[in-house]
Design a protein around this ligand. Structure first.
Ligand SMILES: NC(=O)c1ccc[n+]([C@@H]2O[C@H](COP(=O)([O-])OP(=O)(O)OC[C@H]3O[C@@H](n4cnc5c(N)ncnc54)[C@H](OP(=O)(O)O)[C@@H]3O)[C@@H](O)[C@H]2O)c1
Length: 327
């Protein structure tokens, strides 16, 4: 196939370890199966779960080294499996795929099951789309589980992170009356900008229990959590009987249990219907994507050092191709 070389640049690890283990490799371009697409990657997301995998956590089976990290990203379709419908060469797409036995998105090419791929949302460019494969699906599927009615008071904890910055916008668009618990003054500022109103408090430095009490004196309908700990537990205390606390697996510590309050956990799911709902929500909510930093592929180790230093507001991405670097 013209345009697809035999080898590619990829940021990979030869053993589990610290950020310095992530180095530039030249690796074979992965082959595709009949239900897969080959994507020429433009932008890859870099997130805490990638860092956990780099450090030694592997969800299933035994990983093969060199191991290319990366669970999501965007790009252009470069090959189409024989049984794939709905995608053609050159389509601009984004994807969430985890784990990736043939290698992840920190590479010039990635092979992904077509079910894990969506068309680039029309409002977003490839860089923004590359940032939201995982976070967008996780945010939407969390908000959908909250079960609130219009104008119900809803609290979102961890609102200034990768998933939270999207969830606050979607929950507001779906009609919730939101209080966003963000991290630091910069987190509060960003979230207020994203939702276009003063809806945010600093969960690291303010009295969350008091703030939630004045936000919803009769109790809150639901909590969506992307960070655990005291701030989350203070919110759980103020959920009305019959209300819900929703969080994706991975949020630690898990929220405390309270009788009369349902705790719902979930994992983000990909699939054609999930991408359609997300694309529709992105359009209708006029979603903005907060990218806090972008690193070229060859500086993937630096991106992971930045993740390790904490307090990432929004999302970190890798620009896989030089063309991605003009923002
Ligand atoms: N199971 C799944 O399918 C799935 C999918 C996606 C994500 N997840 C999980 O969901 C969680 C969120 O992911 P993410 O990418 O959004 O992570 P993230 O970008 O690190 O966001 C978490 C945010 O919570 C903030 N935070 C921590 N303590 C807080 C407090 N007391 N008050 C206010 N904010 C606070 C953090 O701020 P600081 O950095 O300043 O502490 C950070 O901004 C992670 O645990 C991840 O593993 C699970």
């Amino acid at each position: 196939m013209p345009g697809v070389p035999k080898t590619m640049r990829a940021a990979a690890i030869d053993r589990f370890g610290g950020p310095e283990e992530l180095t530039l490799h030249t690796l074979p371009v992965p082959g595709i199966g009949p239900k897969e697409l080959l994507i020429a990657v433009h932008t890859a997301g870099a997130a805490s779960w990638d860092a956990e995998m780099r450090a030694g956590w592997w969800p299933e089976g035994k990983p093969e080294f060199p191991l290319v990290l990366g669970s999501d990203g965007s790009g252009t379709v470069a090959r189409v499996g024989g049984q794939v419908r709905g995608f053609k060469m050159q389509d601009e797409v984004y994807a969430y795929s985890f784990p990736n036995p043939k290698g992840g998105f920190y590479a010039e090419f990635v092979a992904v099951a077509a079910a894990n791929v969506g068309h680039r949302p029309s409002r977003l460019n490839l860089e923004e789309s590359g940032a939201i494969g995982t976070t967008g699906l996780t945010a939407l599927q969390g908000v959908e589980r909250l079960g609130f009615r219009k104008r119900d008071p809803v609290v979102i904890v961890g609102a200034s992170g990768g998933v939270g910055t999207i969830a606050v916008q979607l929950a507001r668009w779906m009609g919730a009356h939101i209080l966003a618990v963000a991290s630091g003054r910069d987190g509060v500022r960003l979230v207020n900008e994203l939702v276009g109103l003063n809806a945010s408090i600093d969960g690291k430095h303010e009295d969350v229990a008091e703030q939630v009490g004045s936000f919803a004196p009769d109790g809150i309908a639901a909590v969506l959590a992307f960070a655990g700990g005291e701030a989350l537990d203070a919110c759980v205390d103020r959920v009305r009987p019959g209300g819900r606390v929703v969080h994706p697996n991975g949020v630690e510590p898990a929220p405390k249990r309270r009788s009369g309050v349902e705790i719902i956990t979930y994992d983000a799911e990909a699939g054609p219907d999930h991408f359609k709902r997300l694309n529709d929500a992105i359009d209708a909510s006029r979603l903005k994507v907060a990218i806090s930093a972008a690193f070229p592929l060859e500086e993937a180790a630096k991106a992971h050092q930045r993740l390790a230093s904490g307090h990432v507001i929004g999302k970190i991405v890798l620009h896989v191709r030089p063309a991605a670097r003009t923002r």
